[in-house]
Design a protein around this ligand. Structure first.
Ligand code: SF4
Length: 781
């Protein structure tokens, strides 16, 4: 293998990259390290400034903060076409973060790339695989045992390829990023949809699929459609029971789950200063629920305070020097503008089943009665990456303390997930954890737990109608406990705590009274708590593993008999011919999200084993032929059977296949398994009315052909029993449609046109068999 510097030079040359800037290489003028853990990787505000100046001169208009940070990371600021909502930007992110469920496939793909080390600082965080059952320590021990093989793989792969590894128990990825790695002006990508949390510290932090992370780790420019910018102007100030969570619950109610698509939400205005840094992170975190690319706040004194408290005064000082580039220009233009007066904002609670169903807390009980939602709250859950800061825990403890003073405990069950080991240790030291226990809470492990469905819930049977309230971000059907009858509501941690004490949705702490043990009525006062600890944070146990300088002797273990991990085999190259007589695996009816294509829940444990997880391929999609999920006709045997089994049958018999889809195919999360699985089981093309953008890119990366009907009505011309031939691949070129011959079983044929969005680079991926294969070809040139 050639030395790394030689490999990247070759890649740069082959990709036509004008400027290759690995932070550690071009750091001569930089003075401040990005994090304590990487003393030789510097913040490049000088480069950000230079790029912003180039773009400002070209565009000749005031810039939003989002534009400054995004365009400040352009690979070629002088020549890049920039048009919001239209052009694709080639960007150079500063760092990569991966959580343990997605890191497995990302690292397996990176191993396949053949590169010896990652090109930008990267980290892995063990948080998703810990199931909440008995409480913190016991659950953590159990998770370490059950997931030992996966953790060992991630730890050794991290050590081998230069990736920092945060062990199980360290905390939730986004809290660790906020405490250690995010900073104003950073461009960070993470293989998790709530990566935007880092916008609370003024960074542009974007959730992506593993294949995108591999590009960035390999030093290849990362493509993003030039985002639109939605401005949210905050006036007034937060007070009383109203919290940062209420800002995003209100915004979600206004924009709905799709309203932020393709846009960055940029908060600004005088109200910003009344929100703590971790509160701003809460707001950005939950921007994922409105489909936004990410969200961001301008650099201010609250961020400075947080940076200093987390031991990064040097970053705060440097950010002060470059402050002009870390706030929006006066007079900048937003594609849409929303105004919220924080003085008028009331505590909100959203749900059930969708995070954009907003209700003021004062009204939810009445709505619930009318709708027949259970008023009785079975469980209140606080924590998650959205709301697990010191301030969140302090405000919850402040509510709990008042109940205890009147001899009350929670009527509902109550759980607490601290966001990080640092938060856990500090709330233990400062007495908050004890107060939350005394009021009836169970402190769970520093992990995602019930937020991602890792919850061994015992208090109800599956199918039993019930209500839970959480301070999490998502409340889609079955997310927390796999029970479709669980009505989950999201709200702030202090409101969760108050509701768990009252035990009913029909309680408004702003106006209603509780009855103390002595029979006297009392009202809970609005909670007041420090945003940051008075003393320094207690770091707790050391849970970080830094990659060694010399990793040449490091082994990465993947057992060939493992059921959870599997090394990737390269996909086959295009054979240079048109795709003749493709069988239709399934013609999908209606909505088909990445959850329908590659389900989560119990399948989470197979995220590192492509063959095993492929047994969930398209099991949630509805077959147009019979209106059923996971039931398709085998064109050879004529028998109906599960989708994955039928795909495997075709693969075994050398029959190549295609999927026909409807509108916005592949919406939802960015998981690349939804693209890897069809490729692994012999799929060649996915033909739809339209695609969700990230999924379309993921399909291209795995060597599949995502194609769209030039005339959407042609969807109706195709029947599940037809065969399709795709012609024109020898002259495959950007913007040039392909031909598709539909062969009906009665011998008749029809020809239709198929569009695509492939550019030159992506056509190379197709020819090579995948983006990874192409990367390897370039290394060998
Ligand atoms: S706490 Fe929940 S939302 Fe946050 S990263 Fe974990 S699973 Fe995702």
């Amino acid at each position: 293998m050639a030395p790394y510097s030689l490999l990247v030079t070759r890649l740069q040359k082959a990709l036509g990259v004008r400027q290759y800037h690995v932070a550690s290489v071009l750091c001569q003028r930089a003075k401040v390290a990005m994090s304590h853990f990487e003393p030789n990787e510097y913040i490049r505000y000088d480069l950000l400034e230079k790029n912003i100046n180039i773009v400002r001169k070209r565009l000749n208009r005031p810039l939003t903060l989002s534009e400054k940070i995004v365009y400040g990371h352009l690979d070629d600021p002088a020549k890049q076409e920039i048009e919001r909502g239209k052009t694709y930007l080639r960007l150079r992110p500063d760092r990569v973060a991966m959580q343990d469920a997605t890191a497995q496939m990302a690292m397996l793909q990176f191993i396949s790339s053949g590169l010896p080390k990652v090109a930008v600082p990267s980290t892995i965080h063990c948080d998703h695989l810990i199931e909440a059952q008995l409480g913190g320590e016991k659950d953590l021990r159990r998770a370490k045992d059950i997931n030992q093989e996966v953790y060992n793989f991630l730890a050794t792969a991290g050590a081998k390829y230069g990736v920092g590894f945060w062990r199980p128990g360290s905390g939730i990825i986004h809290q660790i990023i906020l405490e250690n790695y995010a900073y104003p002006g950073v461009l960070l990508i993470g293989t998790d949809s709530h990566t935007p949390n880092g916008g609370g510290l003024g960074g542009i932090c974007i959730g992506v699929g593993g294949a995108d992370a591999v590009d960035v780790m390999a030093g290849i420019p990362w493509e993003l459609k030039c985002p639109k910018v939605i401005g949210v102007k905050l006036t007034g100030s937060l007070s009383g029971w109203t919290s940062p969570k209420d800002v995003i619950l209100k915004v979600a109610g206004i924009l709905t789950v799709k309203g932020g698509t393709g846009a960055i939400v940029e908060y600004h205005g005088p109200g910003v200063d009344s929100i703590s840094c971790t509160g701003m992170a809460t707001i950005c975190n939950m921007g994922a629920e409105i489909g936004a690319t990410t969200s961001v706040f301008p650099y201010n004194h609250r961020m400075k305070k947080y940076l200093s408290k987390t031991g990064r005064e040097d970053i705060a000082k440097l950010a002060d020097e470059y402050k002009d580039h870390l706030v929006p220009d006066p007079g900048c233009h937003y594609d849409q503008l929303i105004e919220i007066n924080l003085n008028e904002l009331k505590p909100h609670i959203n749900g059930p089943f969708t995070p954009d169903l907003a209700h003021p807390v004062a009204e939810v009980g009445t709505v619930a009665e009318k709708e027949g939602w259970p008023l009785d709250i079975r469980v209140g859950l606080i924590g998650s990456c959205t709301n697990s800061s010191y301030e969140d825990m302090g405000r919850s403890a402040a509510v709990a303390k008042q109940a205890l003073a009147h001899g009350l405990k929670c009527k509902s069950q109550f759980t607490i997930t601290p966001g990080s080991e640092q938060i856990r240790a500090t709330i233990e030291r400062d007495g908050y954890a004890q107060i939350l226990r005394e009021v009836g809470g169970i402190v769970l492990a520093n992990a995602c737990g019930p937020c991602i469905g890792q919850w061994d819930r015992k208090d109800i049977k599956k199918g039993e109608k019930n209500t839970i309230v959480t301070s999490y971000n998502r409340n889609f059907t079955g997310r927390n406990d796999a029970n479709p009858e669980t009505h989950a509501f999201v709200t702030s941690p202090e409101i969760v705590t108050a509701l768990a004490i009252a035990g009913t949705l029909k309680f408004n702490p702003e106006t209603d009274f509780l009855t103390g043990k002595d029979g006297k009525k009392f009202k809970l006062e609005a909670p007041d708590a420090d945003e940051l600890p008075q003393a320094e944070f207690d770091p707790g146990q050391d849970t970080y593993q830094h990659p060694p300088k010399d990793s040449s002797g490091q082994r990465v273990d993947v057992s060939p008999t493992s059921q959870r991990l599997q090394l990737l085999e390269p996909f086959d190259k295009w054979d240079g011919k048109d795709l003749e007589d493709l069988q239709i695996l399934i013609k999908v009816k209606g909505k088909c999200t990445t959850d329908h294509i590659s389900a989560a829940g119990p399948w989470l444990k197979f995220r590192g084993h492509l063959d095993n997880i492929s047994n969930n391929l398209l099991i949630g999609a509805i077959n147009v032929e019979n209106g059923k999920a996971n039931s398709v006709r085998n064109a050879v045997t004529q028998e109906f059977g599960p989708v994955p089994d039928t795909a495997r049958y075709y693969k075994k018999h050398g029959i190549r296949w295609v999927v026909i889809g409807d509108e916005n195919y592949g919406e939802g999360s960015s998981r690349e398994h939804a693209a890897l699985e069809p490729r692994h089981l012999g799929g060649r093309a996915i033909i739809t009315k339209s695609f969700a953008r990230i999924h379309e890119t993921n399909l291209k990366k795995q060597g599949l052909l995502p194609l769209t009907f030039a005339d959407p009505a042609d969807y109706n011309k195709i029947h599940p029993v037809d065969k399709l031939t795709i012609q024109g691949l020898k002259d495959f070129a950007p913007g040039k449609p392909l031909k598709c011959i539909i062969k009906h079983p009665n011998g008749t044929q029809e020809t239709i046109l198929l569009n695509h969005t492939f550019n030159e680079t992506q056509i190379e991926w197709f020819r090579a068999g995948s983006a990874l294969n192409r990367m390897k070809e370039l290394q060998q040139q």
